[in-house]
Design a protein around this ligand. Sequence first.
Ligand SMILES: NC(=O)C1=CN([C@@H]2O[C@H](COP(=O)(O)OP(=O)(O)OC[C@H]3O[C@@H](n4cnc5c(N)ncnc54)[C@H](O)[C@@H]3O)[C@@H](O)[C@H]2O)C=CC1
Ligand SMILES: O=C(O)[C@H](O)CS(=O)(=O)O
Length: 485
Amino acid sequence: MQLHDPALLKTQCYINGQWVNADNGAVLSVINPANGDNLADVPRMGKAEAERAVAAAHAALKPWQSKSAKERSNLLRRWFELMMQHQEDLGMILTSEQGKPLAEAKGEIAYGASYLEWYAEEAKRIYGDTIPAPAYDKRIMVLKQPIGVCAAITPWNFPNAMITRKIAPALAAGCTFVIRPASQTPLSALAIAELAQRAGIPAGVVNVVTGSSSEIGKVLTEDDRVKKFSFTGSTEVGRKLIAQCAGTVKKVSMELGGNAPFIVFNDADIDAAVEGAMISKFRNAGQTCVCANRLYVQSAVYDQFVTKLAQAIAKLKIGNGLEQGVTVGPLIDTSAVNKVKEHITDAVGKGAEIVTGGTADHHGELFFQPTLLKNVTQQMKVAREETFGPLAPVFRFETEEEVINWANDTEFGLASYFYSRDIGRIVRVSENLDYGMVAINTGLLSNEAAPFGGVKQSGLGREGSKYGIEDYLEIKYVLLAGINQ
Ligand SMILES: NC(=O)C1=CN([C@@H]2O[C@H](COP(=O)(O)OP(=O)(O)OC[C@H]3O[C@@H](n4cnc5c(N)ncnc54)[C@H](O)[C@@H]3O)[C@@H](O)[C@H]2O)C=CC1
Ligand SMILES: O=C(O)[C@H](O)CS(=O)(=O)O
């Protein structure tokens, strides 16, 4: 891996300001999904190391809280500046371990850094309240104070942004943090920690532990010193982690699975809808929780949309994300490839038709051709399960009522999209979609200024925006009496 600053490639974990190996020297290999190369080995840590990381975060709490909001803000700002200065190297590390095209990886670095930038500012605007008391000799005050030691387990699909989207509001609020990144993509997390150290974030405020998800997860969810646990990943694992947090009544934030509807009405700008579908569906080879999972197109424009979408898909370039012009990289592992195959086989077996793609790609075992299916129905697996791959199933619908019912017929409620130029329809559909996020006439809704999150079984809480810091604060009610004595 050619880096301008090779010191960003860390192969040890970061605990209490020290770079350390696993106690028993065990390691896990980080593999490039594009070619199977071993990029590096990182520590395979477990219970003891995770407990030391929690202890470090706990010891660092008071000193971190004793800094002024402006001091914390300045440190977050410096961290943001360093991430942007090293955007190229961080992107290279990210593409090498996760697979997404370099342009997307660099975009993720800027996206991840934007949370540090945003919460550097929010750190200075954590306001409390004074409330008129019901008695003349009393005063009511409301303080907002940091919740304490926080912990998170993060996924492989956005190995930079899913960390900063949690750690930035936490540190801004005066909390300290322990991160356990996905074992497929630990190098991005360790590089973030390296830049935290360079930025002057004090020892123990940020800690990164790689290794056993179950052992480390058990400590982070059950240790009473951890007051807040945040997770991004599958709903299935999220349920388990919420249950593990119950024993110590931890506050939890969950960014879980999705099943996004992408609806195109007869009055839509079809070219814009195709452009939005391409962004929403094929970003990160379809491996995002907000990807269009079901494309619903109204009957009068169905054939035109399918034809134009097939033409756009034909322009995608599959390959190693480090190669110039590549727009679709490999999937993360063989189970991801098998899920795409399973959904295609099921749909075709129930009457769907492959318009383009449909098979694995010659670039390697983890590459799959961007695939378009038509004549898809609600009876197929793609209607109910998150594919998390480069598969675009297009359903036909007749009425607004019908498509709203189909779109909402899922346990998920994360992102949703629709294209229309009718103002009455825009208001009605926005209000009737049971989702945490509704994007209108665009296929990309993620940014640091907006509250990202889901309803139903897609999660708990919000990340980003002014709302995202609330999950790292506790409200304290202070009553002052006897004022006239
Ligand atoms: N909402 C989102 O942003 C994401 C959703 N997903 C969903 O998850 C599915 C599978 O992707 P995965 O990465 O395998 O998700 P996953 O939920 O299995 O893994 C996510 C993270 O949780 C960790 N983990 C898994 N089981 C654990 C356990 N018992 N205790 C503690 N940590 C555990 C993993 O090591 C990883 O760091 C995808 O098909 C997609 O549906 C995956 C990534 C992100
Ligand atoms: O986990 C994910 O898929 C991300 O939250 C999607 S996004 O925020 O990068 O759009």
